[in-house]
Write a protein that binds this ligand. Sequence first.
Ligand SMILES: Nc1ncnc2c1ncn2[C@@H]1O[C@H](COP(=O)(O)OP(=O)(O)OP(=O)(O)O)[C@@H](O)[C@H]1O
Ligand SMILES: [Mg+2]
Length: 318
Amino acid sequence: MPDYDVLVLGEINVDLILSGGARPAFGQAEKVIDDAALTPGGSGVIFACGCARLGLRTAYCGVVGDDLFGRFMLDSLRQRGVDPSGVQVRADQKTGLSVILNDTQDGAYDRAILTHLGAINALRAEMVDRALLARTRHVHVTSYFLQHLLQPGLAELLAEAHRAGATVSMDTNWDPDEQWNHGLAEALAQTDVFLPNEQEALAIAARPELEQALDALAAQIPTVAVKRGADGALCRQGTKRLADPGFTVDVLDTTGAGDSFDAGFVYGYTQGWSLADTLALACACGALSTRAAGGTPAQATLDDAQQLIRQRRQVQFR
Ligand SMILES: Nc1ncnc2c1ncn2[C@@H]1O[C@H](COP(=O)(O)OP(=O)(O)OP(=O)(O)O)[C@@H](O)[C@H]1O
Ligand SMILES: [Mg+2]
């Protein structure tokens, strides 16, 4: 009997979120802003925290530096119920950092992000604890295009996970180089559930229309769910097609909505739920995560998400 429901192979970084007038002025100028917060960041970390919040037994593999931010991330994972025993602390690396600058000008919200990769891309396939791999029901890979050193050995590692009886999901996120390659096809050949957003699906399938992209992806990958922001999501499983319109919520910050969606999807998938229920849970988890600033503070419990789904059904039947 596996000890973990999900093992995440992901990047780790802190997010320093500066808000309220956080538009820098150069020329040695000092500016006072309204708010600052240090929060756990990284797509994989937000996903893992979302899984733990839903009740999945979740473990993490990644790399941090031997520094204050690294210790903050290890503590944050533990506090949120994620087992960080697969995280390596490296004295020769700095923990990754993103500085997120939020500002509103002329009524329009905008954001700039400065990232120092540090140990974000330091995980290698051979560093993944095989004992953890053998003890999990499911493996989830995040930010494929940022995890440069993981790319070469990933397909074989995922094949190993399959041989040990686990299923595999992946959310590549955006490719900053916009090459959409780097051996991705080999890794996708070992993926059971693929979770891109609409732009990523079009770019990876190299198709101009979403339906064509879904056709191409579904021909290779057993389950594909494409995230569409406020418009919900589309899903394909072989010839089975499903759409979920998503949920209307008061949105404060969409950071990490895609990762919380992934957590909901992986919950339904690993619990053997129907595709429709899995997709609804994923959309509810994505929507609920937007209620607060940062990726993790407003993540849904299973009760929160099911309540939102019940409310939508009641509105439909009224
Ligand atoms: N404005 C919104 N209103 C309601 N639900 C939303 C909104 N934005 C996102 N969601 C929910 O979250 C899901 C995932 O969001 P999105 O499509 O932005 O993913 P993503 O682009 O992968 O995000 P990320 O920036 O986290 O990578 C959507 O499918 C939807 O269910
Ligand atoms: Mg995403």
